[in-house]
Structures are given as structure tokens and as C-alpha cells.
Design a protein around this ligand. Structure first.
Ligand code: NAD
Length: 322
């Protein structure tokens, strides 16, 4: 399938990188949402790249390193020059637990590069920093990542996590330009759009903004979320009701949800987890339809109505910061 309208690419803060507005979330390649075969993983990444997706995000944590290994194989199989795709991985969160020490994150990048079969990653992010000491992130982890930048193993650095307050906590305590990107998840979608309030601040700091999980990690899909999903029961039930309503009307909740997230151009890329060629086709088609035809405002406002009682409901994540 060759799209007539190309997938939009957007600048990522001050990095000079231009990311496809739909980014490829590779956590499903670590079997996080069900088993994905190696051949499906390779075919999915190939389709994504051929349709204009140039940004691929993973972590050593996803599937206990499996996602990085699968993504590495799939990118190698593309057989294209390294500068044609942008790879982000993370550090500090592992199957064994969290460790944001300078020693661990410095070792981590070498392990990641080996699994990814790459010489460098474009972005290295501290993964879910609310589970560590934010002061350690500022005084120890970020300085270690800056040293990695000097080695060329990492081009840009970032921080990720769920509670939005972590971003200003860190960005207010480091010199401007230190942190290149932030990755927020589950906060810019139909059921929760609280990232919006932080966008002017983030833009003023010049950081690139990545928003992940437009389908709220499966809540906004017909098949529903995985067993481990942390949302409270009333949020799960409301999303399920919204999905059922869409189905009844012959609409696709995932398409509407992705289009909702893609509409805000202050966000550089929307990272969606994909595990099949079909999902890639659907998600790229959703972005192109949004750019050419626009959103289905009527159904969207009906879904927003169903989700209103749970709007901006989230769940706890991380440790109490001292
Ligand atoms: P998501 O909201 O993107 O949902 C993924 C789920 O939706 C998967 O089950 C996938 O198979 C399914 N899906 C995708 N396209 C679909 C379609 N068209 N129709 C029906 N179902 C579809 O959640 P996610 O995968 O958790 O988030 C996306 C990516 O963002 C992750 O893979 C990861 O790379 C990144 N992320 C990072 C963090 C972090 O750093 N803390 C947190 C969450 C996500």
C-alpha cells in the first residue's frame, strides 16, 4: 500500500530531528500485549517504515529485553542507511527493578546497543523516573547521560513517566537545553488530556514532546486492555462502554482515539504500540484521513460524552518523593 498523501513529520523540540507524527511503540514486540512472532515483528516494522514511520521507541524493560532484540532484528532487516530511522530506548527500569545510578545507566546503553545491533541511539530516556529519586535523576543520572552524549552513543536525552509533575520538577532544576525530550503517556487521549496544560511550559523550555499510548494502553480498543492494565474499574468500564457504542455505530474507537491525539501539533509524535501489519495500515490511514478529511466530530463528541464521568481519571504510579 503506497499512501498518496505522505505521513506528516514534525520537529522534535530543538533537536533538529523530524519525527513521523505516528511513532512506532515497540513494547508489543516484547510480547507485552500478547505473543508476536519474529516474522510478524519484522513484517510490522517493515510496513511501518515503508509507510513513512521513521520513529521507533523501545526499552530494555519491555519483555525483559525482548522488545529491543526484536526491534534490532527488524531494523537490520530493513537494509536502509542508519540515518533514515530514529531510535529511542530507555534506561533505569529493568525486569529486576529500577536503578538510575550513573554506573547502571552507563552500562545499560552498551547492553541496549548490542541488542539493537546499533552504534548509537538517537534518544536515551530515563524510564519512569517517578519510581526513583527525582533528585538522583537531576544530580546523577542526567549528568551520566550527558557524558554518554559526548561519546556519540546517544544523540539526545530525555525523561519519561506518568505523573506530569515529574517533568517540571526535573526541568526546573537543570540548565536549559540539558534535557532534550520528555515522553508522557496516557495523558493526551480522549479519556485524559491533562498533558495539554503542560504544553506551554514544555514549549517554553524548548523540549521535544512525545506523547505515548493514544489508545490508553488498550482501553480504547475493541478488544480491551490487557490483564495487567492499572486503570481503576470504573475507567475500564467506561472505556469498554465507549468501545461498544462505536462498534454498534460501525465506527472504530481506536481510529477516533488516535486522530484525537494527533490533532495537537504541539506534540511531535504520538507513539502507538503496534504488533501487526494491519494495525500499522489502520493507524497510518487514520493519520492520513485526519490530514485530508478531518475528524468525525460527531462520533467523537458522543464518545467524549460517554467518557465524561471518568475524564482525566488516572492511577497512582511511582514512589512518594521525599
Ligand atoms: P497504546 O495506547 O499505543 O496501545 C497499544 C495497544 O493497542 C496494543 O495492544 C496494540 O496492539 C493495540 N493497537 C494498536 N493499534 C491498534 C488498532 N489500529 N486497532 C486496535 N488495536 C490497536 O499503548 P502502548 O503500546 O503502551 O504505548 C505506545 C508506546 O509508547 C509503547 O509501545 C512504548 O514504546 C511507549 N510508552 C512508553 C512509556 C514510558 O516510557 N513510560 C509508557 C507507555 C508507552
Amino acid at each position: 500500500m503506497m499512501a498518496a498523501t505522505p505521513l506528516e513529520h514534525r520537529p522534535l523540540g530543538n533537536t533538529g530531528l523530524k519525527l513521523s507524527c505516528v511513532g512506532f511503540g515497540a513494547s508489543p514486540l516484547g510480547n507485552v500485549f500478547g505473543v508476536v512472532s519474529e516474522s510478524d515483528a519484522i513484517a510490522t516494522v517493515r510496513r511501518a517504515f515503508s509507510l513513512g514511520i521513521n520513529f521507533f521507541d523501545t526499552s530494555p524493560y519491555y519483555g525483559a529485553t525482548l522488545s529491543e532484540k526484536m526491534l534490532g532484528k527488524a531494523l537490520k532487516a530493513l537494509g536502509v542507511p542508519r540515518n533514515e530511522y530514529i531510535v529511542s530506548t530507555k534506561c533505569g527500569r529493568y525486569k529486576e527493578g529500577f536503578d538510575f545510578s550513573a554506573e547502571r545507566v552507563t552500562r545499560s546503553i552498551d547492553e541496549s546497543l548490542e541488542r539493537l545491533q546499533l552504534d548509537y541511539v538517537d534518544i536515551l530516556q530515563c524510564h519512569d523516573i517517578e519510581f526513583g529519586s527525582l533528585d538522583q535523576i537531576v544530580t546523577e543520572t542526567i549528568p551520566a547521560l550527558l557524558k554518554l552524549k559526548e561519546t556519540g552513543k546517544v544523540k539526545f536525552i530525555g525523561i519519561t513517566g506518568l505523573p506530569l509533575g515529574i517533568f517540571s520538577y526535573v526541568l526546573d532544576r537543570v540548565p536549559p537545553g540539558t534535557v532534550d525530550v520528555i515522553l508522557s503517556y496516557c495523558h493526551y487521549g480522549i479519556n485524559d488530556s491533562t498533558l495539554e496544560d503542560l504544553l506551554p511550559y514544555l514549549k517554553s523550555k524548548g523540549v521535544g514532546i512525545i506523547s505515548a499510548s493514544p489508545l490508553a494502553m488498550g482501553l480504547l480498543t475493541e478488544s480491551g486492555p490487557p490483564e495487567w492494565h492499572p486503570a481503576p474499574p470504573e475507567l475500564k468500564a467506561a472505556c469498554q462502554a465507549a468501545a461498544a457504542y462505536c462498534k454498534e455505530k460501525g465506527k472504530n474507537i481506536s481510529k477516533l482515539a488516535l486522530q484525537y491525539s494527533l490533532s495537537n501539533k504541539d506534540i511531535s509524535t504520538i507513539l502507538v504500540g503496534m504488533n501487526s501489519v494491519k494495525q500499522v495500515d489502520e493507524n497510518v490511514a487514520a493519520a492520513i484521513e485526519l490530514a485530508t478529511v478531518g475528524k468525525d466530530e460527531k462520533t467523537l463528541s458522543e464518545i467524549e460524552g460517554i467518557l465524561k464521568p471518568v475524564k482525566n481519571q488516572t492511577w497512582p504510579s511511582g514512589i512518594q518523593q521525599s
